[in-house]
Design a protein around this ligand. Structure first.
Ligand SMILES: [Zn+2]
Ligand SMILES: [Zn+2]
Length: 260
């Protein structure tokens, strides 16, 4: 029993252990009539633009999911509340959902995800509206190992992937948190990286950088933790019916960068 629980905890430890890679292909900007340049920047490059209303007063989020992997309504509501709590977007935050067929490419390299974004993304920054693309994949990351699962990645300034199959498998384990809570935690965490956390485009106002996991926070129970200590953290948080929240250090960074 203890053995089993330990295994489960190890899996939870890797819940938010996501990769944070930069990808910046200039030759992706090849659709006539649409200027994609602003959405082809590096991770964290649009943190202030996403947080404040200085340049962009509204946000348009395009969630493209493979059939059968639609994010749940409670997860989307939690995600939207999270964004509204942290940003200044007086003209609103809009979330569009669209189903597409499988790419047949699973398991995925991040290069394949970039290629899928290129083929399926339809919304780019326009006027005073900033656009974000989220792809829910029907498979796993190629980087997954037995005890290290990737549930999502933020891979460009306005691009996120969720590994829908990994999230589903994870939620189906005995004693696992409910799927919508895992989805919300991953959506919020990945968006935290678009907000430049931690120290990827947004300057830390205090010492809370996880030296062993680039882009993450070392404060216990924070949403932006890459990993958690044995016996505390994600499993307790979600099982207690609470999705992990941003800690005060991360919130201070976002406020200093123009957020709420
Ligand atoms: Zn992360
Ligand atoms: Zn934090």
């Amino acid at each position: 029993m203890f053995q089993y629980k330990y295994t489960l905890l190890l899996l939870f430890v890797s819940l938010l252990s996501v990769s944070c890679s930069n990808d910046n292909n200039e030759d992706d900007n090849d659709t006539p009539g649409i200027d994609k340049t602003a959405n082809l920047q590096g991770l964290g490059d649009s943190a202030a633009q996403l947080l404040s209303d200085t340049e962009f007063t509204s946000m348009n989020i395009e969630i493209v999911y493979v059939n059968g992997y639609a994010p749940s309504q409670p997860a989307l509501e939690n995600f939207k509340n999270f964004l509204e709590e942290r940003t200044f977007k007086p003209d609103g935050i809009n979330i569009n959902l669209r189903a597409i067929p499988s790419s047949g490419k699973a398991p995925f390299t991040i290069e394949e995800i970039v290629e899928i974004e290129k083929e399926t993304r339809t919304i780019y920054n326009s006027g005073d509206e900033i656009a974000v693309y989220i792809y829910v994949a029907d498979g796993k990351s190629e980087k997954d190992e037995e005890n290290k699962l990737t549930l999502g990645s933020a891979f460009r300034n306005t691009s996120i992937v969720l590994y829908g199959e990994t999230i589903e498998d994870f939620a189906s384990r005995p004693n696992a948190p409910i799927e919508s809570d895992i989805e919300a935690a991953v959506l919020n965490h990945e968006f935290g990286h678009l907000f430049g956390l931690v120290d990827i485009g947004t300057e830390p106002q205090s010492d809370h950088i996880d030296e062993d996991n680039a882009g993450h926070c070392n404060i216990p129970d924070c949403l932006m933790r890459a990993s958690i200590e044995f016996g505390s953290g994600i499993i307790d948080e979600i099982e207690g019916g609470r999705i992990p929240q941003l800690g005060s250090h991360c919130i201070r960074d976002l406020r200093a960068a123009g957020g709420r």
